[in-house]
Design a protein around this ligand. Structure first.
Ligand code: ADP
Ligand code: G6P
Length: 496
C-alpha cells in the first residue's frame, strides 16, 4: 500500500462517474464547492484523496488524477440511503442551514453514519505515512478525526467544515450531539468558514461536554484543540486566465447572440438545493414580469441548476416545484423563440462556465443560507473586464468578504425585487468600482492563501505549506485550443 505525507479525506472524490453518449462510463469533475476548492490546490501534490466515487458497486480502482492518488471508499445501498442521503443530507444538511427544511432523525441513520465514518478512518490510516498530515473535510465525516486518532495517534489531524455550523439552539436538537462534538475534537485544528461558527462550536463544547473552551482553544484529554475561521476561496488566477482566453470571450459573445442579444442577461448557477433560494428568486422574477418592471424583450434569466442528491425526498420535491414554476413563467411570459427563463440542468466544463459568467450583466446568487458560495467568487474572478453586477445574499458566507456586492435578504421578496432592479440598472461606473474592489480582495484571498493559513495553523513546521502552495503556476493561461487544465471532463480511465 503506497502511503502519503498528506491525505485529504472527503466524502466525495474530485471525479464522478457519468455515462458518455456512447454508453461508456466517463469520469468528470464533480460539481460542488468542496471539490472546486480542493482540486486546484492538490493538483500535482504528492497527496492521497480518500473518498467515495459515487454509486454503490465495489470501489473502483481509480488512477491518479493530476498526480493525486485516489483511494476509494465503497458505500453499499444501505450506506448510501442511511449515511449519505440520510444522516448527512436529511439530518445534518438541513439542520446546519437554519433548518430551512425540517431535519429528520432516524436511529438507523446514525448507525450507518458511525459505520461509514469508521470505514473512512480505517482507509485513511492505511494510506497515511507515519506522522502524516490528514485533512478531514465536511459534515459527512464528523467522527473521523476521533476514530482516526484512536488508530493512529502519530498523525496530525485537521478538520474543516465547508457548511455553516449552527447556533446552539439548533445543534442541541441532535440526539447524538455529544458524539459529534467529541468526534470533531479528535482533530488538532477545527476550521470553519466564519468566526461565528467557531464561537457556536466553542459554546456547544462547553455546554454539552463541559470542557474548557474559548473561541480559539479547547482542552480535551490533556491536548489542546485549536479552532478558528478560515474562509475558503477559489483559484482566482486560474478562473481569470480562463475567462480572458480569446476562445472563451468569443464563446461569451456567441452565447449573447444565441440568447437573442438582449439588453440584460441575469445568470444564476446553483446545485439544485433548497438552500440556494431558487424558488424565491423565481418568484421575485415572475412578479417583476407581471408588474412590467422587467420585459422579456430586453431581459433574459439563465438559470443553471444541476441536479443534486436526487433520491432525497426534499430534493425531488424542490426539482418538481422549480420545473413547474419555470414552465409556468415561460408559458405565461415567453414568446416563440424568446423564453423568459433559459433553464439548464447540465454540468458544464470550466470554460463554458467562464463564458456564462462573462455574458452575465447581473449574477444573482441568493441562497437562504450558504457556508461560503464559490459561484459568487468565480463570477468576480471571471470579470476580467471589471464589468458585471453581483447580487448576493446576506446569508452567504461570501457576503462577509464581498461587501461591495449588491446585498439582499432573499427572504424579503420586495427587497429581492428591488435588489434585482438596482443591479440591473446600476450606473456602469458604480458597477465597475464595486467589481474592482471585489477582484482585488479575491486576488489576495485565493485558494492558496486559504490553504496556507489553515495548514500553517495545523502543521507548525511549515514544510507542507511550502510544498503545497508553491506547486504549479496557476497564473499561466492554458494554450488556446488545448484541453482545459482545470480538467473537465477528466478523461476516461480504464474501468475495473
Ligand atoms: P455548493 O458547495 O453548495 O455546491 P458553491 O457555490 O460553493 O455551492 O460551489 C458550487 C461549485 O460547483 C462551483 O465551483 C461551481 O462552479 C460548480 N458548479 C455548479 N453548477 C455547475 C454546473 N452546472 N456544471 C459544472 N460545475 C458547476
Ligand atoms: C457542498 C458540500 C460538499 C459536497 C457538495 C456537493 O459543497 O459542502 O461536501 O460535496 O456540496 O454535494 P454532493 O452531495 O453531491 O457531494
Amino acid at each position: 500500500m503506497r502511503q502519503s505525507s498528506l491525505v485529504v479525506v472527503a466524502n466525495r472524490l474530485p471525479i464522478d462517474d457519468s455515462v458518455a453518449p456512447d454508453g461508456a462510463c466517463e469520469w468528470r469533475r464533480s460539481p460542488g464547492g468542496l471539490v472546486s476548492a480542493l482540486h486546484p490546490l492538490l493538483r500535482h501534490a504528492p497527496a492521497t484523496w480518500v473518498g467515495w466515487a459515487g454509486g454503490t458497486g465495489p470501489a473502483p480502482n481509480l488512477p491518479d488524477v493530476d498526480g493525486v492518488r485516489m483511494r476509494t471508499v465503497p458505500l453499499d445501498q444501505d450506506d448510501l440511503r442511511d449515511h449519505y442521503e440520510g444522516f448527512a443530507n436529511a439530518t445534518l444538511w438541513p439542520l446546519y442551514h437554519d433548518s430551512v427544511e425540517q431535519p429528520q432523525h432516524h436511529r438507523r441513520w446514525w448507525e450507518a453514519y458511525q459505520r461509514v465514518n469508521q470505514r473512512f478512518a480505517e482507509a485513511t490510516a492505511e494510506v497515511a505515512e507515519p506522522g502524516a498530515v490528514v485533512w478531514v473535510q465536511d459534515y459527512h465525516l464528523h467522527l473521523v478525526p476521533g476514530m482516526l486518532r484512536a488508530i493512529r495517534p502519530d498523525l496530525r489531524i485537521g478538520f474543516f467544515l465547508h457548511v455553516p455550523f449552527p447556533p446552539p439552539e439548533l445543534f442541541m436538537q441532535l440526539p447524538r450531539r455529544a458524539e459529534l462534538l467529541r468526534g470533531m475534537l479528535g482533530a488538532d485544528l477545527v476550521g470553519f468558514q466564519r468566526a461565528q461558527a467557531a464561537h457556536n462550536f466553542a459554546q456547544l463544547v462547553a455546554k454539552v461536554l463541559d470542557l474548557p473552551a474559548t473561541d480559539r482553544r479547547i482542552g480535551i484529554d490533556g491536548r489542546v484543540v485549536r479552532i478558528g475561521a478560515f474562509p475558503v476561496s477559489i483559484d482566482t488566477a486560474e478562473m481569470a486566465a480562463l475567462a480572458a482566453r480569446p476562445d472563451v470571450a468569443a464563446r461569451a459573445r456567441r452565447l449573447r447572440q444565441d440568447l437573442g442579444s438582449p439588453e440584460h442577461v441575469i445568470l444564476s448557477v446553483d446545485r439544485m438545493d433548497y438552500t440556494k433560494g431558487i424558488e424565491q428568486r423565481l418568484k421575485a422574477y415572475s412578479e417583476l414580469l407581471v408588474s412590467g418592471h422587467v420585459k422579456v424583450r430586453d431581459t433574459v434569466l439563465v438559470q443553471v441548476a444541476v441536479p443534486s442528491r436526487e433520491r432525497v425526498g426534499q430534493y425531488q420535491i424542490l426539482r418538481e416545484r422549480v420545473e413547474r414554476e419555470v414552465g409556468r413563467i415561460n408559458g405565461e411570459f415567453g414568446r416563440v423563440g424568446e423564453p423568459a427563463i433559459h433553464y439548464l440542468t447540465q454540468p458544464f466544463d470550466r470554460a463554458e462556465l467562464a463564458a456564462l459568467y462573462r455574458v452575465a450583466d447581473v449574477m444573482a446568487v441568493t441562497p437562504l443560507r450558504d457556508g461560503m458560495n464559490l459561484v459568487a467568487k468565480e463570477y468576480v474572478a471571471a470579470r476580467v473586464d471589471d464589468a458585471g453586477a453581483l447580487l448576493l445574499s446576506e446569508f452567504a458566507g461570501a457576503a462577509a468578504e464581498l461587501p461591495q456586492a449588491y446585498l439582499v435578504n432573499p427572504h424579503d421578496l420586495e427587497g429581492l425585487k428591488q435588489g434585482l432592479l438596482e443591479s440591473l440598472h446600476a450606473a456602469p461606473a458604480d458597477v465597475r468600482a464595486r467589481m474592482r474592489a471585489m477582484r482585488a480582495h479575491l486576488h489576495e484571498h485565493d485558494i492558496r492563501a486559504w490553504a496556507r493559513s489553515y495548514l500553517r495553523a495545523l502543521d507548525e513546521t511549515g514544510a507542507l505549506v511550502d510544498r503545497l502552495t508553491s506547486t504549479g503556476d496557476p497564473a499561466t493561461p492554458p494554450v488556446p485550443g488545448q484541453p482545459d487544465r482545470s480538467g473537465t471532463p477528466t478523461g476516461r480511465p480504464a474501468q475495473p
